[in-house]
Ligand binder design. Structure first.
Ligand SMILES: [Zn+2]
Ligand SMILES: [Zn+2]
Length: 124
């Protein structure tokens, strides 16, 4: 079968910025966090042809949290604007914003019932 492996779905996390020596918007301590963009893409011959589910996260070092960031704030940061991330820009929920596939450890959207990467069932 020639078609195996030439197309598929991948999840990509890209670090788009780092904030250091700032007040953490999550725990309000003096800390450091990274801004991460996450998306899924469908690729053919390893060329991404379709991207969706773009989300922004901040990953804090002080309190080891991953919080979802506003789409709007995230895209401004990605475009190079300097924005001070405040509490109202992040969504703090007790629900995890990312699930981890129990089989291949890929980070997947918690709305997915099956891992797009290996096809295992995800319990969330
Ligand atoms: Zn913190
Ligand atoms: Zn998996």
């Amino acid at each position: 079968m020639f078609f195996i492996g030439i197309f598929g779905i991948q999840n990509k996390n890209e670090q788009i910025g780092t904030e250091s020596a700032v007040i953490c918007p999550v725990c309000e301590r003096y800390g450091r966090f990274e801004i991460v963009k996450s998306y899924y893409y469908f690729h053919i011959f390893f060329i991404p042809v379709w991207r969706w589910n773009k989300r922004y996260y901040i990953q804090t070092h002080c309190c080891k949290r991953i919080c979802e960031l506003d789409q709007e704030t995230g895209s401004k940061i990605e475009a190079g604007h300097s924005i001070v991330i405040e509490k109202e820009h992040i969504h703090r929920s007790e629900q995890p914003t990312i699930s981890v596939c129990p089989s291949c450890s890929t980070q997947v959207d918690p709305s997915f019932h099956y891992c797009p990467y290996c096809g295992s069932q995800i319990n969330s």
